[in-house]
Design a protein around this ligand. Structure first.
Ligand code: SF4
Ligand code: SF4
Length: 230
């Protein structure tokens, strides 16, 4: 007998409905008085290095200047870079997103989210969310239509590469020390340092630069942090 597929997952103690790509879904941003609370008064967005590179390129700022805008932290030794949204995102103009073409995956998915459960990724609609624009009447648009309109596919692929990297690097048992953050800013997060040792190839696509950066970091981090590869 085939396994029964779950219909919801828990996120931070609350239910989130698992959606199929064929499920009906539509937003009416701006129509019912929403003041874009997805860009204001919300939790920070954890950025991956691909998203950071896209943001720096689109906003024409250096990684050093981005560090004045984002928040940084470490979770069990793993350095994080987060885009605050409270009271509002730095890139929110009051009328729209200043870096719309380079907005992170979380912004494209919102109010949906993407979670992993038992090794499978799911698109979910959290029960608790701050979006006030879910269309009240059934629409003919589906989740797949929404994801296509938000142009999520490349960001999903890059997010999967990042998750694989995070899982590998967590096995290194990173020291919860400032030196780990320094190593990550230099080898992993900064788009302003070459993505590999040796001469940098300027013709590489953003996606190829990102995967090359991760491959180099996998190799260099243990040496930089004096860790044993397992
Ligand atoms: S990056 Fe753009 S879409 Fe995302 S929270 Fe900031 S202003 Fe909103
Ligand atoms: S996604 Fe939701 S919160 Fe964001 S602008 Fe649209 S309706 Fe408002």
């Amino acid at each position: 007998m085939a396994d029964k597929q779950p219909t919801s997952v828990k996120i931070a103690g609350s239910d989130a409905a698992i959606l199929a790509e064929s499920d009906l879904f539509q937003l009416s941003c701006g129509v019912y008085g929403c003041t874009s609370n997805c860009c204001t008064k919300s939790a920070p967005i954890i950025l991956n290095p691909y998203e950071i590179a896209q943001i720096c390129r689109e906003s024409r700022i250096s990684y050093e200047d981005l560090l004045d805008i984002v928040e940084t932290d470490r979770a069990k030794g793993f350095p994080l870079v987060m885009l605050p949204r409270d009271p509002s995102c730095y890139f929110w103009t009051g009328r729209g997103c200043r870096i719309y073409g380079a907005r992170p995956l979380a912004c494209r998915l919102f109010p949906l989210g993407r979670v992993f459960d038992n090794g499978r990724s799911h698109i979910v609609l959290p029960e608790l969310n701050v979006c006030s624009g879910l269309a009240p009447a059934p629409s003919t648009n589906t989740v797949a239509d929404y994801l296509r309109a938000q142009d999520t596919s490349t960001l999903v692929q890059m997010a999967d590469c990042w998750i694989e990297f995070v899982n590998d690097v967590e096995l290194l048992q990173l020291p919860d020390k400032p030196v780990t953050s320094v190593a990550f800013h230099m080898l992993v997060y900064s788009p302003d340092t070459p993505p590999s040792v040796g001469p940098s190839d300027e013709t590489l696509s953003p996606e190829a630069r990102f995967t090359l950066r991760l491959a180099t970091a996998r190799d260099q981090l243990p040496q930089f942090l004096h860790l044993q590869k397992k």
